[in-house]
Design a protein around this ligand. Structure first.
Ligand code: UD1
Length: 420
């Protein structure tokens, strides 16, 4: 299993174009099976989660090929299967969105319980409750979920929590119908919005995009579509964090700064200079005197994203004073703390309320650490870029699930990083 080796102490500086969004690409790939023909997805990130979704789609009967410039061509003319194998589905959480997509296309689906990062319990009760309330028959076995659509989804359904995946699943299951569905308390993360835009471009009729209430007027067929995935806000936030950590200066292009507002505000409050353009962000950390300690609480969008929590924890390890993080979205997302402590950080985790207290230190030091999950792994790379000496981050596969060539990208920006 490969590791990432980082020789710290080199500022991350320069200019980069950000990869396509992982969390937008995955549900859009799943949604492509609703289309009886070709879907062209441009700016699709080349990451292992996407490769894994491609394998699942191929198993279901899609013909898929890459073209140059990260363009993915999916031919979903014939979908033969409605059952996912445990091997593929178990690897990634977002396989659950195939439940809604298969229900839409084939009226039935069997999905083994999904895998993904170990950042908490990650149940699927909200997904199943919403689908049931839309009129889908659900049967849960020890191995997974069997669902059947015997009538058109309809009615007004309220999500008990604005879950990103459950909102996406409910939308996907409701597209093909001769009725209308109103979904209330929806997640408004950009990745939900983007799925809706993709579907509308293919001929779906979704109203209220970007708001907490989505109205889906059923249609009988979607048409072939070409769609360009937007820049990955979390990857952008991660590379900017690397610049903050190393007192670098970085321009990230192909990103909508509005999607990162809460994160950019935090970087600014910590003492860094940030300037936003229509589709780019410039951050300069080279002139800052010190990194300000701060408190942050993760929340659903537009609040501070849980997917940036670990990377910001790395920044706080070298801040001037004591910082606090409250994690409100995933209960088990502080595993990175123990690894950062191996590098000389001073983090304590408290229960009730669950929070991380971080006492800033001047300098981190080299260590052998283990990526606990995708974002935690990225956080360790960021920490290692600041640390004195050579840090080895094991379980690099977690990081490769979401970051396209992170090693090459950081190297191009002045980091000394290798994959071994
Ligand atoms: C998506 C993102 C993930 C991000 C998260 C929150 C993808 C592939 N993943 O995950 O990167 O961190 O949104 O922004 O897009 N929950 C339940 N029952 C459910 C569903 C969710 O209790 O049926 C809980 C979860 O355990 C978690 C919280 O709700 O505590 C948020 O989960 P959700 O919004 O569903 O996140 P995901 O869609 O899994």
């Amino acid at each position: 299993m490969s590791s990432i080796i980082v020789h710290g102490g080199h500022p991350i500086t320069g200019e980069m174009k950000i990869q396509g969004s992982k969390n937008a690409a995955l549900p859009i790939l799943a949604a492509s099976i609703l289309i009886h023909g070709i879907t062209v997805i441009k700016h699709c990130p080349k990451i292992t989660d996407v490769f894994c979704m491609i394998e699942i789609l191929k198993q279901l009967g899609c013909q898929i090929s890459w073209e140059e410039n990260s363009t993915l061509i999916i031919d979903s003319s014939s979908i033969e299967k409605v059952r996912l194998s445990l091997e593929e589905a178990g690897k990634m959480r977002s396989s659950i969105t195939l439940l809604g997509a298969l229900l839409g296309r084939k009226r039935e689906a069997f999905i083994p319980y999904p895998g993904g990062c170990s950042i908490g319990k990650r149940p699927i009760d909200i997904h199943l409750t919403v689908l049931k309330e839309l009129g889908i028959e659900i049967e849960q076995t020890e191995k997974g979920v069997y669902a059947k659509k015997t009538k058109a989804p309809s009615g007004k359904v309220m999500l008990s929590f604005p879950s990103v995946g459950a909102t996406q699943n409910a939308v996907l299951a409701s597209i093909y119908s001769d009725s209308q569905v109103i979904l209330k308390n929806c997640a408004i993360e950009p990745e939900v919005t983007e799925l809706c835009y993709f579907l509308n471009q293919a001929g779906a009729k979704i109203e209220g995009i970007g708001s907490k209430t989505l109205i889906i007027h059923g249609v009988s067929r979607l048409q072939e579509v070409t769609y360009e995935i937007r820049g990955d806000r979390i990857a952008a936030g991660t590379y900017l964090a690397a610049a903050v950590m190393t007192r670098g200066s970085l321009t990230v292009k192909k990103i909508d700064p509005k999607e990162l507002s809460s994160v950019l505000e935090l970087y600014q409050k910590m003492g860094n200079f940030v300037k936003v353009y229509q589709d780019a962000i410039f951050l300069d950390a080279s002139k800052r005197k010190y990194l300000e300690a701060l408190n942050v609480t993760t929340e659903p969008y537009p609040g501070f994203p849980t997917d940036m929590q670990s990377q910001v924890m790395s920044l706080m390890t070298i801040a001037n004073g004591k910082s606090e993080i409250i994690e409100n979205v995933f209960e088990d997302r502080f595993k990175t703390a123990a690894e950062l402590n191996k590098m000389g950080a001073e983090i304590t985790i408290e229960e009730n309320p669950k929070r991380a207290l971080i006492q800033g230190v001047k300098q981190l030091s080299k260590a052998e650490v283990i990526a606990p999950d995708l974002r935690g792994g990225a956080a360790l790379v960021i920490a290692a870029l600041q640390a004195e000496g050579e840090t080895k981050i094991e379980n690099a596969f977690y990081i490769e699930r979401g970051y396209e060539d992170i090693v090459g990208t950081l190297r191009d920006l002045g980091g000394i990083v290798v994959l071994r």
